[in-house]
Design a protein around this ligand. Structure first.
Ligand SMILES: [Zn+2]
Length: 295
């Protein structure tokens, strides 16, 4: 089975053999997304795909979606920003455990009125997750902004062990970043996943994780066993730019002054990391491993 395919998923063909899930998606409970849960799930039903709800530092969207749609394959998750700016996705086998993790670990570490990141270091965060029945995934590790793990820390063996999955196709990232993630997953022999990182409805299903399970438990188990494939395609430059503008608009529209301020700091930190050449796809792929790999 070819495991990593960079192309627009042919959903009708794929669903004959596999269960398909977009493993990275935001609802309007995220600071920078407008996605209404009902509309999002309606589209998933039409497409015949499952969905992992991975809101920024929030569980309410996943809770609401699962409560009202018991018959759909919805994986509860959350995408948490550590104090260094690193994004980590935590997936759970049921919503109760996800809520417990949120209440016991995330909620109390949210900085009051300053919610763009939480007051925990990356290593503290993934260590505390190990007390819960959850799966730790590093999304877009080579994202050009502040949120990519590779921009922030060097990773040691002990920390690497606590990571279960590396997201190797993220539709909102460049081909170059995604290929570096593929290379990292291969080198470290980690399980793989992919998702749209959709903040808008038009992203749904642009990257899918596929395997032969038919329920949440087995879907996650097959991912961890590395028996999944990922099929997906990155957004074109136009879509990436317009979606970025729309994301910023949502944050600006938010009336909370502190929230706006923390987001602004976040964006400035990101801009410092962005090299413009990274925005233009795979023309200049440089496979020299960053120092990051050698640890
Ligand atoms: Zn995301």
């Amino acid at each position: 089975m070819e495991r990593i395919i960079f192309e627009k998923p042919d959903i009708n063909k794929l669903k004959k053999d596999f269960t398909l899930v977009d493993m990275h998606f935001h609802t309007d409970y995220s600071i920078d997304s407008f996605n209404n849960i009902k509309d999002s799930l309606e589209i998933c039903k039409k497409l015949g795909i499952g969905l992992a709800i991975t809101d920024h530092n929030e569980i309410k969207g996943a809770e609401k979606a699962i409560k009202n749609n018991k018959n759909m394959l919805i994986i509860p998750g959350m995408e948490i920003t550590s104090i260094e700016g690193i994004h980590t996705i935590f997936y759970f086998y049921n919503i109760e455990e996800a809520t417990l993790f949120y209440n016991k670990v995330i909620k109390k570490n949210k900085i009051k009125d300053f919610f763009v990141w939480i007051n925990m270091r990356f290593d503290e965060l993934i260590t505390s997750a190990k007390d819960f029945n959850c799966v730790v995934c590093i999304p877009h590790p080579f994202a050009t902004g502040w949120t990519g793990l590779s921009n922030n820390i060097k990773i040691d063996k002990k920390t690497l062990k606590k990571i279960d999955i590396i997201e190797i196709i993220n539709s909102y990232n460049s081909r170059k970043s995604n290929l570096l993630a593929v290379e990292w997953a291969n080198k470290t022999n980690k399980a793989i996943s992919g998702g749209s990182d959709g903040h808008f409805l038009n992203a749904l299903g642009t990257t899918l994780t596929c395997n032969e399970s038919n329920d949440l438990d087995n879907f996650m188990k097959l991912i961890i066993k590395n028996k999944s494939k990922v099929v997906g395609i990155e957004d074109g430059l136009y879509k990436r730019i317009t979606n970025t503008v729309k994301k910023e608009y949502k944050v600006i529209k938010n009336t909370d002054k502190n929230l706006k301020m923390s987001h602004l700091i976040h964006e400035i930190k990101s801009l410092r990391n962005i090299r413009m050449k990274d925005c233009f796809g795979n023309k200049r792929i440089n496979f020299k491993s960053p120092g990051f790999f050698s640890h």
